[in-house]
Design a protein around this ligand. Structure first.
Ligand code: NAD
Length: 164
């Protein structure tokens, strides 16, 4: 399996990339703009693997995303690229809107265009996984209160309830 990891040079993303290369047989395309938060040194131990590729790309750049999807033909996307340090959004919200909202939208559109061109079995198997935070998905319930069968995050469940 080939996994396109966005933000793979970040704190969580680099751990995901190291895990995939070390502990699985899957391949990774790490797509990262390398903002102040990105650091390729954290990937030194896996960067020579023939299952690892790096693309310095901004998720807001649709043409570059299309090129990466077409070239690497991933089976899944794990989307971690983000402006993640919330305190910075107070003094500079523009980068947050650009990457977290517009960039995620552009990545989804590029992913959908790519997905539309896949054959039926690859379409059915394809996954887009947006890794984010409680500000997007809501708080996890306390373990004592959690419904063990529920995989629906709290905010999504509340939104569904309000529609029904
Ligand atoms: N760090 C945590 O403890 C934590 C906890 C819960 C959720 N999360 C979520 O996980 C995700 C990743 O968090 P993190 O801590 O690894 O963040 P990070 O800030 O360490 O890394 C973000 C990465 O995204 C890249 N990036 C930023 N803008 C980009 C763009 N426009 N195009 C391409 N790449 C871009 C950066 O270069 C960097 O490598 C975020 O959505 C965050 O909210 C993190």
């Amino acid at each position: 399996m080939k996994i396109l990891v966005t933000g793979g040079a970040g704190f969580i993303g680099s751990a995901v990339v190291r895990h995939i290369i070390r502990d699985t047989q899957d391949a990774v395309i790490n797509l990262d703009k390398l903002t102040y938060a990105g650091n390729l040194e954290s990937l030194a131990e896996v960067s020579t693997s023939d299952r690892y590729a790096f693309e310095q790309v901004d998720i807001c750049n649709r043409a570059e995303l299309d090129r990466v999807f077409a070239l690497h033909q991933p089976d899944a996307v794990m989307h971690l690229a983000a402006e993640s340090h919330v305190d910075r959004s107070i003094t500079g919200p523009a980068d947050f809107i650009e990457t977290n909202i517009v960039g995620t939208y552009i990545l989804l559109e590029a992913g959908r265009a790519y997905w539309n061109g896949l054959d039926q079995s690859r379409k059915a198997a394809f996954r887009f996984h947006h890794i984010s935070t409680d500000e997007v998905y809501g708080d996890l319930p306390h373990p004592d209160d959690a419904d063990p069968d529920s995989r629906i995050p709290a905010l999504v469940a509340t939104a569904i309830k309000s529609l029904t």
